[in-house]
Design a protein around this ligand. Structure first.
Ligand SMILES: *Cc1c(COP(=O)(O)O)cnc(C)c1O
Length: 340
């Protein structure tokens, strides 16, 4: 029997639907390097307002947003305090070192969530033989810790420390809208107090391409120059921005369904002998240990049965729910995984 594969590898695998393709085809465009693309401008304005920051910049990827922010906050030889499993450490190919001369100061944190005392303890003392701490990065939700969340008290405690130390803080909010849904706080609440915020349009929100970096007008003006330097300035990018506007408009409303589906999946796995705590699944990511402990072999068998997932370590599989996975698909996926 031929089965449509259920793809739970990532929330980046979604396909733009016909409504999204239509707004892309109809987008009003211009040369964005000259500041003449009205659709890009509208997206940048809307995103800035939504995040409660003065300005924002449209970018081809979230990685570029994170790296532009670090480039602007830091200087060569400086240290960036971040969690050990954060995206900027594991999946950006050493870009902070390669592009900006920065060193990650990695802290291992329970559920991937840094605490204020941890951050405070990691700030380098001002002595001549130590590199300076130049920035702190928070990832909300935290991808590789399983979509975990920084709630308000935790954020505010960290921001109090960084303010007191005069340190800029960057928010890697690739899944900020998932965090917003799960915490019941607005995107602006979640972005408040941060010096820069990156959000992805191409994950849970379902756009094919694009991320935004938000911050002060002065920071974003500089970010525009760094984007050009990195080769990330685009021309008639309104075609992509139109998809981004639609993603912002209708994407957040359906994230609650993704979160329910992730919880259902975790519950189903738990009763089938997987190592996972369904009550700890807060957003759209489930990290679970297969019954026989061999994640790689499991993912190969699962793919043959029509379910795609990623072995993120020898004993852990990551499943991500998204726009193109229905409640029905989760039931089907659990049945197929049982066969696997
Ligand atoms: C996906 C992701 C990014 C980077 O996004 P790209 O658009 O793939 O470069 C950054 N941070 C986190 C937490 C992510 O999950």
């Amino acid at each position: 029997m031929l089965r449509r594969p259920i793809d739970l590898r990532s929330d980046t695998v979604t396909q733009p639907d016909s409504a999204m393709r239509q707004v892309m085809a109809a987008a009003e465009v211009g040369d964005d390097v000259y500041g003449e693309d009205p659709t890009v401008r509208r997206l940048e304005r809307e995103a800035a307002d939504l995040l409660g920051h003065q300005a924002s910049l449209f970018l081809p990827s979230g990685t570029m947003g994170n790296q532009i922010a670090l480039h602007l906050h830091g200087h060569p030889g400086g240290e960036v305090i971040c969690e050990a499993k954060s995206h900027i450490v594991l999946y950006e190919l050493g870009a902070m070192a390669a592009l900006s001369g920065l060193l990650p100061c990695t802290l291992v944190a329970d559920r991937g969530l840094l605490t204020a005392p941890q951050v405070e303890g990691a700030v380098a003392p001002e002595v001549v033989y130590r590199s300076r701490t130049v920035a702190v990065v928070i990832e909300n939700s935290h991808n590789m810790a399983g979509g975990t969340l920084y709630d308000r008290p935790r954020r505010e405690a960290i921001l109090a420390v960084t303010r007191q130390r005069g340190l800029p803080v960057h928010l890697d909010g690739a899944r900020l809208f998932n965090a917003s849904e799960a915490l019941g706080e607005s995107p602006a609440d979640l972005a408040a107090g941060f010096d820069s915020v990156m959000v992805s349009l191409s994950k849970g929100l379902g756009a094919p391409v694009g991320s935004l970096l938000a911050g002060s007008a002065a920071l974003i003006e500089e970010a525009r120059r760094v984007r050009k330097m990195l080769g990330g300035a685009m021309r008639q990018a309104g075609i992509l921005a139109a998809a981004g506007l639609l993603a912002l408009e209708r994407g957040p409303a359906r994230l609650a369904a993704d979160h329910r589906n992730a919880r259902t999946l975790a519950e189903g796995l738990a009763v089938r002998g997987w190592t996972v705590d369904p009550s700890a699944v807060a957003t759209n990511i489930v990290i679970a240990g297969p019954p026989d402990g061999d994640a790689l072999a499991f993912c190969r068998r699962a793919e043959a049965k029509g379910v795609k997932a990623v072995a993120i370590s020898p004993g852990e599989v990551r499943f991500v729910t998204h726009h193109d996975v229905s409640e029905q698909d989760i039931g089907d996926a659990l049945a197929r995984l049982a066969e696997a």
